[in-house]
Design a protein around this ligand. Structure first.
Ligand code: NAD
Ligand code: ZN
Length: 292
């Protein structure tokens, strides 16, 4: 049982409320938090009351195939299908005698939550809760998408679609990987100032040109975008981002959550010429090992 000290708001919480992501209702969303362990159940050995912790929407059981593979992180215990209960099948929330469901093993928009041991990481006691809560989702997701999944190389050119908390973290990852040009793309120009403060070298809005954004980027960069990231969660921008990386050696990473039960149609020529298209959840990090 964890007392929540601070929690961030991620677009994924809003996707659930809007019905774009599967979840069992009524549900308590929120999945990016810092807390203090208040009490532990029988058999729990890796955390104790008083520990400062981050709940993990991407758990790490250390036993499933993904956990045992050095390149995997999508633990079988993660609740991407929206079961809404703990590992023992129970919910620990109720309202007026009726069950209220968990979200992604976390549910942090509460004063207290209950998580399984495989979904919590002990962190440094001195860590400032209102800052490190972002490691619970947005920061880790974006930063890992750039350095672990995209494997951005020094001197490269990167294009980041969507400049929310996750997109800004992708920019930080591209910068720390040594990218020499980082182009932020957003419809909302109010996002440009912060994007530049964290490392974007240029920012553009798709509204400013009648041409497809991939052509605008190709002209701006002399056709050298090595890495592109979709950090919005829209089908059209997933294709735009794919088309924006170099047709032969480019890599495009899907970070934005795809809307549930939607299909994507794209020209396979985009891949035939050599592009790599990949995605990641929680930036590819193994949560219990990497979050601390
Ligand atoms: P956010 O809403 O804060 O940011 C999205 C940005 O995209 C906004 O600035 C918005 O103006 C911009 N945008 C919207 N439509 C656009 C368009 N058509 N063209 C250009 N820009 C557009 O969201 P966030 O919290 O940063 O999350 C981003 C996405 O990442 C969401 O889909 C979220 O669900 C997903 N996500 C995925 C993971 C993961 O593990 N893969 C983790 C966290 C969040
Ligand atoms: Zn999130």
């Amino acid at each position: 049982r964890i007392k929540i000290l601070a929690t961030g708001i991620c677009r994924t919480d809003d996707h659930v409320i809007k019905g774009l992501m599967v979840s069992r209702f009524p549900v308590i969303v929120g999945h990016e938090a810092t807390g203090l362990v208040e009490s532990i159940g029988e058999g729990v050995t890796t955390v104790k009351p008083g520990d400062k912790v981050i709940p993990l929407f991407m758990p790490q059981c250390r036993e499933c195939n993904a956990c045992r593979n050095p390149d995997g992180n999508l633990c079988i215990k993660s609740d991407i299908t929206g079961r809404g209960v703990l590992d023992d099948g129970t919910t620990r929330f109720s309202c007026k005698g009726k069950p209220v469901y968990h979200f992604m093993n976390t549910s942090t928009f509460t004063e207290y939550t209950v998580v399984d041991e495989f979904a919590v990481a002990k962190i440094n006691d001195a860590a400032p809760p209102e800052k490190v809560c972002l490691i619970g989702c947005g920061f880790s997701t974006g930063y890992g998408a750039a350095i672990k999944t995209g494997k951005v190389t020094p001197g490269s050119t990167c294009a980041v679609f969507g400049l929310g908390g996750v997109g800004l973290s992708v920019i930080m990852g591209c910068k720390s990987a040594g990218a020499s040009r980082i182009i932020g793309i957003d419809l909302n120009k109010d996002k440009f100032e912060k994007a530049k403060a964290v490392g974007a070298t240029d920012c553009i809005s798709p509204k400013d040109s009648a041409k497809p954004i991939s052509e605008v980027l190709s002209e701006m960069t002399g056709n050298t975008v090595g890495y592109s990231f979709e950090v919005i969660g829209r089908l059209d921008t997933m294709i735009d981002a794919l088309a924006s990386c170099h047709m032969n050696y480019g890599t495009s990473v899907v970070v934005g959550a795809p809307p549930s039960a939607k299909m994507l149609t794209y020209d396979p020529m985009l891949l035939f010429t050599g592009r790599t298209w990949k995605g990641c959840i929680f930036g590819g990090w193994k949560s219990r090992d990497d979050v601390p």
